[in-house]
Design a protein around this ligand. Structure first.
Ligand SMILES: CC(=O)SCCNC(=O)CCNC(=O)[C@H](O)C(C)(C)COP(=O)(O)OP(=O)(O)OC[C@H]1O[C@@H](n2cnc3c(N)ncnc32)[C@H](O)[C@@H]1OP(=O)(O)O
Ligand SMILES: CC(C)C(=O)C(=O)O
Ligand SMILES: [Mg+2]
Length: 514
């Protein structure tokens, strides 16, 4: 099978992402991981651009042994000299030199004619060939360059000694079919083209960087350039983890192989994200948080029965521990049951169904339910499963920074009777508890009140624990709800119900013994 080289430019083009600035230690750490993941070539920086970049490239070249380390240089002797100084101690020193070839870049940026651009490119490749065993030459903005001129300059730099010819889509302008045609054109119109490896370097301005890179593979490219997580100048570069996994999963189609250790991908992505501060979007292919998460009931059911119904990539392949069934408002009973079992709860069909209804209600209010939320729901179900005398039917609280907090509560008894009362308090919780006391027509002393958030985030569930004394019986109670006031009311009622239950049980026992 044809081998495709992976050229990683996370440390050069990736660092050109607005807001990214890596220090030497960070670059070295990333370089080591790029070596571990199996990058054939690591572009460590642009040595002439700053003393810091020079030092990083030098240190990386001296450290990395299993990947070829390269550095960027303009067609300027000083840049090439700096690159050689930085790279010469590396295992396989390689220069990456470039010059723009498109009309707009020639006229406005370089202020050079076609002939001058050719002359400068050839001169710099010949100069670099005195030092470097391998020279990669790039035609910046190749995809907006006249094809005949592109072919002409490519032929001349190959004659001058370039071993890799890179055809960058510098501004992310090309489409996959057009990009493929450029490679075909060069193969047919550059007489010494078979002496070199053709390379693709794509940007994502129109969201086609990965598709363009894959098209280049189909049309003869032997090297793909890109970055981890697709970071880079403007909208970024081809995401190499996506290219690598696409080539693997669709090897039936591309029929190529790479050196990439796919199971190191997630770790590499996490490291780059952490050190660059560039957050990976949850829906990002391969490495996004949701890439292996199934939320909807039909998908979850399918995956539980046979993973490949909805998974074309196994998470383990790319170093993700496992897929996940996210419980949310689109989930169904199959996934719900599995999750309960995973959490160690066994319950009958009736209880499961009751819990599922409560879960669905809650998921309308809260986007994603965590395991903690589920445990809380189960505990509440188990507690409220005990025969309760009173049930909270409705709660209304009025609170403002001025005025007295008040609460109106409707309770339902076991006999379906409704009791409604209102009262005030110094705070909302006190107003609720005063109202409940009125409803219950018995004295209840609050001994303890504790509140905690069930998980992180603004929509976390509130859990309230209370301890009350009802007619000499001390009892704890727990309430869980989206709202702290509702959780407070439920906890109080839960404790009272349990105290009443205990009182009745004790009385029955007493009567039985008399
Ligand atoms: C497509 C890409 O990603 S290319 C890589 C882009 N990366 C970077 O630019 C990051 C590092 N760059 C830098 O630190 C600086 O730009 C430096 C050190 C390279 C140069 O800085 P300065 O000398 O101040 O020049 P400045 O950046 O303002 O302008 C670039 C100069 O290089 C020239 N130039 C650009 N590309 C090339 C090239 N491939 N070969 C020769 N000259 C070039 C420009 O025409 C301009 O020349 P001018 O000063 O005669 O007009
Ligand atoms: C230096 C070159 C290869 C580049 O980054 C580009 O053209 O996008
Ligand atoms: Mg680029």
């Amino acid at each position: 099978m044809r081998k495709i080289n992976f050229f990683d430019t996370t440390l050069r083009d990736g660092e050109q992402s607005a807001g990214v600035n890596l220090n030497l230690k960070e670059k070295l750490e990333i370089a080591k991981q790029l070596e571990r993941v199996g990058m054939d070539i690591i572009e460590a920086g642009f040595p002439a651009s700053s003393p810091g970049d020079f030092r990083s490239v030098q240190e990386i070249a001296r450290t990395i042994k299993n990947s070829s380390v390269t550095g960027l240089a303009r067609s300027v002797k000083g840049d090439i000299d700096a690159a050689w100084e930085a790279l010469k101690d590396g295992a396989e020193p390689r220069l990456h030199t470039f010059i723009a070839t498109s009309p707009v870049h020639r006229e406005y940026k370089l202020k050079m004619t076609k002939e001058q651009v050719i002359e400068r490119a050839v001169e710099s490749v010949k100069y670099a060939a005195k030092f470097f065993p391998i020279i990669q030459w790039s035609a910046e903005d190749a995809c907006r360059t006249e094809l005949d001129f592109l072919a002409e300059i490519v032929e001349k730099v190959i004659e001058a000694g370039a071993k890799v010819i890179n055809i960058p889509d510098t501004v992310g302008y090309i489409t996959p079919i057009e990009y493929g045609k450029i490679f075909e054109y060069l193969k047919q119109n550059v007489k010494n083209i078979d002496q070199v490896i053709l390379s693709a370097h794509c940007h994502d301005d129109l969201g086609m960087a990965v598709a363009n890179a894959l098209s280049a593979v189909e049309h003869g490219a032997g090297q793909i350039e890109g970055t981890i997580n697709g970071i880079g100048e403007r909208a970024g570069n081809s995401a190499l983890e996506e290219v690598a996994v696409a080539l693997y999963i669709r090897k039936d189609y591309y029929k190529v192989e790479t050196n990439i250790r796919l199971n190191e991908i997630k770790r590499t992505s996490d490291l780059v994200s952490k050190l660059t501060g560039m957050i990976v979007p949850p829906n990002k292919a391969i490495v996004g948080k949701n890439a292996f998460a199934h939320e909807s009931g039909i998908h979850q059911d399918g995956v539980l029965k046979e993973k490949t119904t909805y998974e074309i990539i196994s998470p383990e392949l790319v170093g993700v521990q496992s897929n996940s069934l996210v419980l949310g408002k689109h989930s169904g009973r199959h996934a719900f049951r599995v999750k309960l079992k995973e959490l160690g709860f066994t319950m009958d069909e009736e209880a499961t169904n009751r819990l599922f209804t409560a879960f669905k209600e809650l998921s309308e209010k809260k986007k994603e339910l965590t395991e903690d939320d589920l445990v809380a729901l189960v505990l509440e179900e188990q507690l409220t499963g005990e025969e309760g005398t009173y049930e909270l039917a409705a709660l209304q609280v009025t609170y403002g920074t001025t005025g007295v907090p008040s609460a109106t509560v409707t309770l339902k008894t076991k006999e379906n009777e409704e009791i409604q009362e209102a009262a005030t308090g110094n705070g909302s919780v006190e107003a609720i508890y005063n109202t409940l006391e009125r409803c219950l027509k018995q004295s209840v002393t609050l001994l303890d009140y504790r509140i905690q958030s069930n998980s992180g985030g603004r929509d976390a569930l509130a859990q309230v624990y209370v301890k009350v004394n009802v007619d000499g019986i001390e009892m704890g109670g727990r309430g869980i709800a989206q709202d702290v006031l509702e959780a407070s009311a439920k906890a109080y009622l839960n404790a009272v119900n349990r105290a009443i239950l205990l009182k009745h049980t004790a009385k029955e026992k007493h009567q039985a013994t008399v």
